[in-house]
Design a protein around this ligand. Structure first.
Ligand SMILES: CC(C)(COP(=O)(O)OP(=O)(O)OC[C@H]1O[C@@H](n2cnc3c(N)ncnc32)[C@H](O)[C@@H]1OP(=O)(O)O)[C@@H](O)C(=O)NCCC(=O)NCCS
Length: 149
């Protein structure tokens, strides 16, 4: 049949549909990338439609938030905050004591308890890929952010 219309509140659950995560992230303006080292992801669903997502990346003993995206029409409703909260809890469960992100929206991360740092201090990501990106300092003003868990 198909074409079923779902209404109601988005449902938050784990997802392994990384192709949907990637598609949503790209629609939300993130650059494409790989899922190398991604250990799990959460999604907000309305029926089968993914409308929000975030993934946990593990690189040695470093944990990061990646692929964080919320569909335009659902922004400002707390979904981003909830998604990052779930990723933090997963990281904590795996023994992480802090988590980082290479943030396109540093102020969003600051509003949920992260602080802007340098890559040396975080021992996490660097901005080296950003320097090659055509969006860098034009439409994207990223920062490395970190939070003690
Ligand atoms: C960044 C993003 C995930 C936030 O999702 P969201 O569901 O709208 O965020 P929330 O509703 O949970 O907002 C939480 C807080 O952050 C603030 N906030 C949200 N987006 C923000 C932004 N872009 N800049 C500054 N503050 C922001 C909200 O005002 C809110 O603060 P409050 O609690 O004081 O009201 C979403 O805007 C998005 O998908 N953007 C495009 C993709 C992107 O930049 N992803 C981040 C990659 S690092």
């Amino acid at each position: 049949m198909g074409g079923q219309v779902h209404s109601g509140a988005p449902v938050l659950r784990k997802t392994d549909d990384y192709s949907a995560v990637r598609a949503l992230a790209i629609r939300c303006g993130l650059e494409d990338g790989t899922f190398e080292n991604v250990v799990m992801a959460y999604g907000y669903y309305i029926g089968e439609e993914l409308v929000g997502c975030a993934a946990l990346k593990r690189d040695g003993d470093r944990y990061g938030v990646e692929w964080l995206s919320v569909a335009d029409r659902f922004r400002g409703k707390g979904m981003g905050r909830m998604l990052v909260g779930k990723i933090e809890a997963e990281a904590r469960m795996r023994g992480a004591t802090w988590i980082w992100a290479l943030a396109r929206a540093p102020r969003f991360f600051e509003s949920i308890g992260f602080r802007v740092t340098t890559s040396d201090e975080a021992g996490g990501p660097t901005m080296s890929n950003c320097l090659l990106c055509s969006q860098y300092q034009r439409t994207c003003f990223p920062a490395i952010v970190t939070k003690q868990l």
